[in-house]
Structures are given as structure tokens and as C-alpha cells.
Design a protein around this ligand. Sequence first.
Ligand code: COA
Length: 331
Amino acid sequence: MNLADQPVAILGTGSYLPAKALSNDELSTIVDTSDEWITSRTGIKNRHIAAEGEHTSHLATHAAKKALEQAGITADQLGLIIVATITPDTLTPATACYVQNNLGAPQAVAFDISAACSGFLYSMKIAENMIQTGAVDYALIIGAEKLSSFINWKDRTTCVLFGDGAGAAVLGASIEGTGRILATDIGTDGKQTHLLNIPGGGSAHPTTEENVNQHLASLSMQGKEVFKHAVTRMKNSANTVIARAGLEPSDIKLVIPHQANLRIIDAIADRLTIDNKKVFVNLDRYGNTSAAAVAIALDEAHRQEKFERGDKIVLVVFGAGMTWASAAIEW
Ligand code: COA
């Protein structure tokens, strides 16, 4: 059988959260905030923080091993590893190279992509295309972040929102007919780069003492503006893949959105006319883990059997760039 003739499918998922949890109450001993403010504005109650010496590649490797195990694929069968991250171990080489070595996947070409919270679904699109063209048989895509290393822990407007973690999926030809990717949508609006960024540490603002003292290597955000773009872009993108897949919103069993803010998620469900009981939420436990968020949510929903064979699900994300993406999948 020619694998390239088969539709591309998700064959297995995995996720990993570092052991240390940080609650809103604990955070309120570090900055001037409260559980009440964070919960009512965002829905977040808790986030996980990687240990010292635990890097993004370590989180990614843990999640990847679980996805490979579930897919029944060994690392040496992989032709492609993509790590979506904005918090790489090192600026170069790519975090994916460390992961390739950790897993023992010598046949896999490995690289990172930087599309912020949209990175996991950008990776899915790239992997889908490479499998469809016959360039690779099996691909491993990972969203992994150690945002705690890029947060200004004195800035209450950002530090309460983010957490560390990783989620992964193995993609390949859909021989069993499950997990088929029906439609995807990805987009970018480069006019909005100023709304959400980590300005320092690159060529624009290199790592000088002055730049570090000004917290330029920390995440900076115009929250209200980001909120508005997030709702509009995610609603439009989800509607696009639902239509491309030949479906109606009422056909969707579960929406798995980017986990940034419960108010954003509720606003999208409302605009998609999808009951918010059909929307998966875990941001209360993990906060916003950027590229990892939708990947972790997919794995949790999968392992909790929130959908079964034949159900249609939609993943939809939004992030810095601005970037957005969606995928419709028939499980
Ligand atoms: N604890 C207590 N008070 C805080 C606070 C915190 N952690 N952070 C901000 N505040 C204060 C502000 O200083 C402000 O005080 P002021 O009125 O005295 O000036 C007040 O709360 C309201 O701040 P504001 O920024 O208007 O709140 P908001 O309702 O817009 O909520 C966000 C802020 C960040 C939660 C919200 O804008 C948001 O979620 N935006 C989208 C962020 C996002 O999703 N980013 C990731 C995209 S991938």
C-alpha cells in the first residue's frame, strides 16, 4: 500500500506537565494580585513550573514518548520532528535537535517553528503536507514551552497568565481510518507584532546588561487588544475549517481551543453558536502554555475519551504575530 495515498491522521497523543504547581494564592505572595482577580478575569487557578535544569526539550521529550507509545511507533521510524516553541533551550541549535537525540530518532529531520500559541497547528499543517507528498511516513509534532524562564515575575499583568508544559502528536497515514485531518486553516497578521512579544534576546535588542535590566527578554503584552483579536480570529478560523470540512457547527462533538482565558473561550463558543459544554477547558490547572496548550488539551480530551471514533472535533488557536490556526478532525 502506498502510505502517501491515505489521508493523514493523528495516530497518538501525549503530554507532560512539570511536577511543581504554582497556585494563585502562592502567586499573590510574589506580586500584588489575588486568587479572586485572576480567577474572575481569566479562569486560571494554577500553573506548572519547570524545575531548574529542566529545559523545554526535556518537557518535549516526555510528551513525545507518550505520543509514540500510544501510536505504536518507535522513534527510529520517524522521518520528521517539529518542535513549536517560543522558549527554546538555545537560540541555536533548534530544540527539536535535542529532542531527536533524546528520543533516538536518527532518520528524522528535526527543526523548530516559532508561531507562538499557534505553533502546534502550524506544525500539524507542515507535517500533513510532508506526509501527503510522500516525503516522510511518520511525523512527530510537539508544542513545548518553558515560559517561566521568559516571564518578568514582578509584572502582575503577565506573570499570572502563563505556565510550562508540553504536548505532542504522532502523524501518519490513516490506515485504520481514525483521527483523520479533514481540513486546516492557518493565518498571520504581521501588522500586530507589537501587541505580544519578547522583544529582547534577538538581533533587535541583543542580550546586554541594560536590556536585561529593562526586562526586554520577558514577555510583554497589550492584553485588551490581544483579547479582541483573539476572539475575532479564532471565531473566523474555526468557521473556516468547519465549512471546508463540509460540516455545520452542530456536527462538532468537541471544540479544543487555545487555553489563554476563559472569557475568550466563552466568547468564541457564543459566536460559533456551540454550547460551551462542548468546549474543552483545562486552563484552570495549567494557565496559558502557549504552543503546548492545545496539544496538552488534545491529549487530555483524547485520554479522557471526550470523543470517540467518528466524532468530529475542531482545534482552534491564536497567538503572537498575530497568528491563528484551526484543524477539523474526524476521530
Ligand atoms: N492582579 C490584580 N490586578 C491586576 C492584575 C493582577 N494580576 N493585572 C492587572 N491588574 C489590574 C490593572 O492594573 C488594572 O488596574 P487599574 O484599573 O487600576 O489600572 C485592572 O486590573 C484592570 O486591568 P486590565 O488590563 O484592564 O484587565 P482586563 O480585564 O483587560 O484583563 C487580561 C487583563 C490580561 C486578563 C486580559 O486583557 C486578557 O486575558 N487578554 C488576553 C491575553 C491573552 O490571551 N494573551 C495570550 C494570547 S495567546
